[in-house]
Ligand binder design. Structure first.
Ligand code: F0G
Length: 526
């Protein structure tokens, strides 16, 4: 295929050059199951085993025949795809089904969860941010109303000479003696401090290594500074907490908390007292951290996270965009660690590998019904993606959840092979992480490698891409690194992964490990 001249390239000019440099610049022309195909120079179709599977968006693989059949029949029946602001019962059907699954997997779901549909993962996350802000503002308004009433009562009592200011009123006016009496000065200072606090936006909590999206608000919850920092001024601030150190997590949360000043009138004495102010909007958590070598939370961290949210009173948002939809052997990965969310997000495989779809679920004890009216999107909740989502849920739930068992079993087989590679090459493989069909293999740090073609990309943080290019060229297997972790690769194939696929993957990894062990970097590059 002839390539357009540089000045004629209007899309992916930089990206394609970069992909070429890594040996990943291949155009795939067909996809089926766990296989992508490209056409080589002789016009022959070449099969590539796909371990990326749409960044984990293809639990049933590319073009699953049942899903494709369903998509065709939906189009043939001319179901309305876009009929915004009309009754759309598919939304209720999907939400009811998700609630049934939640009730089975998660204890204490109470009155269940209300659903708001969206188009992408990041959008579902931002919907959660918006809803959490509505919740927070309602709590702030209630608190402010109480404080205002107290201030009014104190002011009245001071004016009528029924009260005096306490000896140690907690709040000291910055400037006194400017004509205000001590009571008025105290109240003015309380109001000044409260106004400054009320003008501030919320702070969100997330975990170190978190990935929750790249839109202007969701990127604030994504830890990697390369993606987040240039846009920090556009969104609310986030405090990133260490999942495995509950005490440090608690201490960091204490550092974020704020107090609003209240004025109390007690027995003719007026004092200021600090009241807990809801500055924390929500705590966002991935049950399996995709950008952290595919690392599941431990039960202890899950408990610590839940405890923080209960203590602070903010919603816990369990981001199942990556880990949900059966990939880990249960519909919700969080159910493995007994983590109950106040909100949940799903996306990726919800689209059946064909459409784009996402959903945010809100516990109905917290749900603010006006949100259904004040949030909307042209494309969200469309009939086509709704029909496909229903199909995927039916397929996952069929035969007592055979697909979940299959994901767990295939994941275990793949993991066994990754573990055997690690056992054979402990000098170059650091860790195998993950659960079900969400696995990562981490190579040891190669930044001091004696072979330049290994050491240079390792220092640049791109060794994972170089390895991916090699595995693609020599073994016809597609892997990619885990987020910014440059020395690891991820595996998130579909439930259709075969024993032969797994064996081929093992052989390819052994080959890569031998290159690293013997420092034969020249073999990695063409
Ligand atoms: N949350 C999680 C846990 C994700 O893994 C992703 C995307 C998102 C949110 C954002 O979803 O891309 O649809 O806006 N993860 C991709 C990945 C990019 O590399 O696995 P999005």
């Amino acid at each position: 295929m002839s390539r357009p001249l540089d000045e004629q390239v209007f899309a992916d000019r930089v990206l394609n050059d970069w992909l070429d440099g890594m040996g990943l610049g291949i155009e795939y022309t067909r996809a089926e199951g766990n296989t992508l195909y490209f056409t080589d120079g002789d016009g022959q179709e070449v099969a590539v085993l796909d371990h990326v599977c749409g960044f984990g968006a293809l639990i049933f693989g590319h073009h699953d025949p049942e899903i494709v059949e369903h998509a065709k029949s939906v189009l043939d029946r001319q179901i309305p795809v876009f009929a915004q602001l009309s009754r759309q019962s598919h939304a209720q059907d999907l939400a009811a089904m998700l609630n049934a699954i939640l009730r089975r997997e998660v204890p204490d779901t109470g009155p269940g969860y209300a659903a708001i549909f969206a188009n992408s993962g990041a959008e579902a996350i931002e919907i959660c941010m918006k809803h959490a802000e509505l919740e927070r503002q309602a709590r702030v308004a209630k608190l402010v109303q109480e404080v205002d009433a107290h201030i009014e009562a104190a002011r009245q009592a001071l004016r009528e000479g029924r009260a005096t200011v306490g000896e140690d009123p907690q709040v000291r006016p910055e400037q006194s003696g400017d004509g205000l009496d001590p009571g008025e000065a105290l109240i003015a200072e309380v109001e000044r401090r409260n106004a400054a606090l009320l003008a501030r936006g919320p702070v969100y909590l997330a975990l170190e290594h978190a990935f929750h999206g790249k839109l202007v608000a969701s990127v604030q919850l994504t830890r990697n500074p390369v993606w987040r920092v240039p846009f920090a001024s556009l969104g609310p601030s986030t405090v990133f907490l260490p999942p495995d150190r509950p005490e440090a997590m608690k201490a960091a949360v204490e550092g974020v908390r704020e107090s609003l000043w209240d004025v109390v009138l007690d027995d003719g004495v007026v004092n200021a007292v600090a009241r807990d102010y809801p500055v924390i909007g929500a705590f966002f958590v991935e049950p399996v951290q995709g950008a952290n070598g595919m690392r599941p939370l431990t039960e202890a961290s899950a408990r610590a996270i839940r405890a923080v949210c209960d203590e602070v009173g903010c919603p816990l948002v369990v981001d199942e965009i990556h880990s949900g939809m059966g990939r880990t052997g249960a519909f919700f990965a969080s159910s493995h660690m007994g983590l109950r969310g106040d909100y949940y997000t799903l996306a990726k495989s919800l689209g059946g590998g064909i459409a784009k779809n996402s959903v945010a679920l809100f516990h109905r004890d917290r749900f603010r019904p006006e949100f259904e009216v004040i949030h909307s999107s042209t494309f969200a909740k469309d009939g086509f993606s709704g029909a496909l989502a229903r199909k995927v849920l039916d397929m996952l739930e069929a035969e007592g959840g055979r697909a979940y068992a299959r994901a767990a079993e295939r994941g275990d087989r793949l993991r066994e092979v990754l573990e055997s590679v690690r056992a054979e090459f402990p000098d170059v493989v650091d860790a195998v992480e993950g659960i079900g069909l969400m696995l990562g293999l981490e190579f040891t740090d190669q930044s001091q490698a004696s072979s330049d073609p290994i050491g240079e990309p390792a220092r640049a943080g791109t060794l994972g891409y170089v390895i991916a290019g090699y595995v693609l060229r020599e073994h016809r297997i597609r892997v990619l690194p885990v987020g910014p972790a440059g020395n690891s690769v991820r595996f998130e194939p579909s439930v259709h992964l075969t024993d032969e696929d797994i064996a081929r993957t093992g052989a390819a990894l052994r080959d890569v490990c031998a290159i690293l062990r013997h420092q034969e970097g020249h073999r990695l590059v063409r």
